[in-house]
Write a protein that binds this ligand. Structure first.
Ligand SMILES: Nc1ncnc2c1ncn2[C@@H]1O[C@H](COP(=O)(O)OP(=O)(O)OP(=O)(O)O)[C@@H](O)[C@H]1O
Ligand SMILES: [Mg+2]
Length: 248
């Protein structure tokens, strides 16, 4: 990424305190258009806190987030979405009892009118539109299946499909492969490559260095709430990243 390119998303001096605990301390970051940025760090290093400050789940105690150079003050995930920022948290935030189609539209359901006047959910549109988006991602699952009956990997895929349908420009994924089996991890890695090729900028949190090196252009390492270092993936290796993670 060239230094003169404008980041799509940038944070300057982001800090977050929880009571007396400094979870994040003056962290700067940039995410460039079409880039996959991996966020690495030990447990409690501040990775989730950082992305929550970006996605509206937390308000930073200090610092500013910029979208395409303009300061933004996001106070909810809903608001982040209107800016094209979609976040997939580790627990996914899917509604387990609803089917796949309903989950793609969760919180943004299209309506139609029964008998021309009674408002009702447009289930047909939800199914056909979700079928289309899951198809382009080559995700094959029955759309009328309640989400609770899907595997972890299929759930990730639905969450990713939802981000695509709503045309996320920035996709933030907090440990998307942590709870998955090996084939499903591969699928998610494949989906990330596909999204990147469609121009989506991605922040990817993982403890798994193999996944990180499989997807990342750049790797940012946090340690005890501070930026421990930043490397282009092609200029570093697992040993160096681990050293940055543990310090010393
Ligand atoms: N809501 C909260 N209230 C109080 N402390 C919190 C809260 N969220 C996080 N912390 C603390 O902030 C620090 C950073 O937590 P964070 O969840 O960002 O770490 P992480 O890098 O995502 O770790 P992990 O890899 O285990 O998910 C930790 O010490 C954690 O205990
Ligand atoms: Mg975390």
């Amino acid at each position: 990424m060239s230094a003169n390119q404008q980041p799509i998303l940038e944070g300057r001096g982001l800090s977050k305190r929880f009571g007396g605990h400094q979870a994040l301390n003056k962290v700067d970051f940039q995410l460039f258009p079409g880039e996959v940025l991996a966020l690495a760090g030990d447990n409690g290093a501040g990775k989730s806190t950082l992305i929550k400050c970006i996605s509206g789940a937390h308000l930073p105690s200090e610092g500013t987030v910029f979208l395409e150079g303009k300061p933004i003050h996001i106070t909810s995930a809903q608001e982040a979405r209107t800016h094209g920022i979609e976040t997939i948290y580790q627990d996914l935030a899917l509604a387990e009892n609803l089917d796949v189609g309903a989950n793609v539209f969760l919180g943004r359901e299209p309506m139609t009118k029964m008998f021309g006047f009674l408002p009702m959910l447009d289930r047909k549109l939800m199914r056909s539109a979700s079928a289309e988006v899951l198809d382009t991602l080559e995700i094959h699952t029955r759309l009328d299946k309640p989400v609770r009956e899907l595997s972890g990997g299929q759930k990730q895929a639905v969450a990713i499909g939802r981000a695509i349908y709503w045309k996320a420009r920035v996709l933030i994924m907090d440990e998307p492969t942590a709870a998955l089996g090996v084939p499903e991890q591969r699928k998610v890695v494949e989906l990330i490559h596909r999204l990147k090729s469609q121009g989506v900028s991605i922040i990817f949190i993982s403890h798994n260095l193999i996944d990180i090196f499989a997807v990342a252009d750049r790797i940012m390492v946090l340690r005890r709430g501070e930026l421990a270092g930043e490397r282009n993936a092609k200029d570093t290796n697992g040993d160096e990243i681990v050293k940055l993670m543990v310090g010393g």
